[in-house]
Design a protein around this ligand. Sequence first.
Ligand code: PEP
Ligand code: MN
Length: 350
Amino acid sequence: MLIVMERDCSAEQIQRVIQKIEVMGFKAHPIPGEVRTAIGITGNAAPIDPAEFETLPGVEEAIPVTKPYKLVSREVKPYDSVIKVGPVSIGGPGFVVIAGPCAVESEAQTIQAAIAVKEAGAHMLRGGAFKPRTSPYSFQGMGLEGLRILAMARKETGLPVVTEAVDDESAGLVEEYADVIQIGARNMQNFQLLKRVGRSARPVFLKRGMSATLDELLMSAEYVLSEGNYNVVLCERGVRTFANHARNTLDLSVIPAVKKRSHLPIFVDPSHGTGIRDKVGPLARASLAVGADGLMLEVHPDPDKALSDGPQALLPQMFRELMSDLERMAPLVGRTMESPRKGDGSAARA
Ligand code: PEP
Ligand code: MN
């Protein structure tokens, strides 16, 4: 149910609706709009009678939401969500590039990668400190030490940091050290973890599970929003198919489908999406063309020595060339490249 308030309603009238929702045992989600405020209701197992609200002063109408997901849906919020991470705006006209190594391997490797991506025009730094690996014998990430290195790289470059949390404990550490909490493909349906990051003040970067439908991805995002964290960025990173010419099949058709259903920004990760360095550039350019809000790209100063995902990592030179391609392409598809205000990134952690 969505309660749409009249344009000139008072703050008290909004408060009264919120109170009524809470007294009924449900959760109220006020959504301020350009013209009027709407209030989403979650937590109701059965439909609510619109008359309960339509008789309250200041209420324009009460609309039942037909989709299984509510807060992420355009029915509830018709205009695009723009998510601020320090100086960077995600989901606005500016196209945003997050780049860096698959994993934090050492201070030198991370700082070198961070400087290279920053100089090429990246807006944010990625790098895993907690790595969910298929084999327990593969490099599992540097953990807390990795987060400390990422914080150093942010200080050095001013780039806000995106890094993955894999459980409750790492979520606490990631929110302390980083700017955005990444939930990886393997955890897209870890509902406890989704609820945990839903209570965080940090934005969440939610990657699509490798066999997840669009509805499942949106329902996972709904878990985060329903806990009160409305700052979620979705990411397509390839799904499993019978095709064996690439690590995954990058499903770019999901981008316009997300745009139709949801107000949340959607990124593409063509690094995991293809698994092969020379396929990353073409699919990155295609992602911009198809309407994605940004890219997540793996870049390593020396991919042959990478402890994870070396074959898909771009060399710094390739990344520079790709960034200049994207800059030239952006105006052709009605975008600009995001140009963050100069800053030391500390605003991201305010
Ligand atoms: C990653 O981005 O570091 C990662 C592990 O990706 P995914 O969860 O998409 O496999
Ligand atoms: Mn990786």
